[in-house]
Design a protein around this ligand. Structure first.
Ligand SMILES: [Zn+2]
Length: 388
């Protein structure tokens, strides 16, 4: 059991909260000044340490969650590569992602309700861990956006909010509940002192997502949404804001211009969904690389000429792909119409490239779903010849 107290002797605290300390299982973590004297419980000295593990969670006297976060990320990597070694490279990234969510995330986020006062370096540790996993899941250095995965720092916030709901739902006679209520009213009663810890963190999160009214209402009326209701309230408050911020971050980054253009009429995980339907994962991975590689100038790997945009050149101009381009054009004309192909090609190199890469907005009005899939298949088959 973890009990925090300020100046009282542990025995005074134990009398107040009506429980007994086991001297052999207890340690003292002194969070402020050095202890001047030795504490005893019955006839035993109690060790004075700088860190201790409680229910698998590391508590340190500097109150920093950094070591615990790094340890959790290492455990997460072990858990992930334990699964990955069983051959996940042959699976659709969406399937591996679901395994990651079910097996790895609970390992990494165990006890994250107590990660208070996260600093930038802690957030970076969590982001770096997830970037590494996502790259491995997709088999290429691609962005997280393609598998619609939630950022770990956001999951930590959501878990803290769910932990708050759990505390509010506890019975009044439970010790944890009594400590929570005591600390909650102490927080609002002492507004002059800078405060740290779970209550401060949770209030910051509630304020950010305009949810503070639920806690103040609880303090006045004792009622809080049920777990199910709260989960929905939290998702509806957090998800749109995070989605907006994610899109803004991508819009500010030139590397994402092509990716955003291609995915604006599809879902971000469009290519992995396509791989699920068509069963051709390798092609989807190749197209995903083309989607996420920003336009690059250089020498074409097929004809050797220097060009400003290698992919657009290979799709529209490269002499080495002339016969493949001709048969693609014939096949597309059969599936759609001469007019459609002619109009798309004459618009710009970019619009023809986008069509082959899967931005099928123009097709949606003219074609039935089966034909759209056939056009996609034809485009993707041609793109197999492109080399960046
Ligand atoms: Zn070329």
């Amino acid at each position: 059991m973890v009990v925090t107290f300020s100046y009282d002797h542990p025995l005074t605290t134990s009398v107040r909260w009506r429980f007994e300390f086991d001297p052999l299982k207890s340690v003292i973590l002194c969070y402020k000044n050095e202890l001047e004297h030795v504490f005893n419980l019955r006839d035993n000295d109690v060790n004075n340490l700088t860190e201790a593990r409680h229910l698998g969670i590391l508590r340190k006297v500097d109150l920093s969650p950094s070591s615990d976060i790094q340890l959790s990320c290492r455990k997460g990597l072990n858990a992930y590569f334990g699964i990955a070694d069983t051959g996940t490279c042959l699976l659709n990234p969406l399937t591996v992602c679901s395994l990651y969510n079910k097996i790895v995330i609970p390992t990494v986020l165990y006890g994250c309700g107590l990660w208070n006062g996260l600093k930038m370096k802690d957030i970076t540790s969590l982001e770096t861990f997830q970037h590494l996993i996502v790259k491995h899941i997709q088999g290429l250095p691609m962005c997280e956006s393609m598998i619609n995965i939630e950022r770990l720092p956001i999951l930590v916030k959501k878990r803290k909010l769910m932990f708050l709901c759990k505390l509010c739902e506890m019975k009044a006679e439970s010790l944890t509940k009594q400590i929570f209520i005591y600390r909650l009213y102490q927080f609002f009663g002492d507004t002059f002192r800078k405060q740290y810890g779970f209550i401060q963190d949770v209030i910051n999160i509630l304020s950010k997502y305009s949810l503070l009214k639920f806690l103040t209402n609880y303090m006045f009326t004792g009622t809080f949404p049920t777990k199910f209701q709260w989960k929905n309230i939290v998702s509806s408050a957090v998800n749109p804001i995070e989605r907006l911020q994610k899109e803004e971050r991508m819009r500010r980054d030139n590397d994402f211009v092509k990716f955003l253009r291609l995915s604006e009429n599809n879902n971000y995980d469009f290519l992995w969904q396509y791989a699920k339907i068509s069963g051709i994962l390798l092609t989807a991975k190749h197209i995903a690389k083309l989607w996420t590689t920003p336009p690059t100038s250089g020498n074409c790997k097929l004809c050797g000429h220097f060009v400003l945009d290698i992919l657009n050149h290979q799709i529209c101009m490269c002499t080495e792909l002339q016969s493949q381009r001709l048969s693609l054009s014939n096949r597309l004309t059969e599936l759609t119409s001469f007019n459609f192909v002619y109009t798309t090609v004459s618009k710009s190199e970019e619009s023809f490239s986008d069509l082959l890469l899967g931005n099928i907005e123009d097709l949606c009005d003219n074609l039935i779903p089966e034909h759209r899939l056939e056009v996609l298949n034809e485009g993707f088959s041609f793109l197999k010849y492109c080399k960046l």
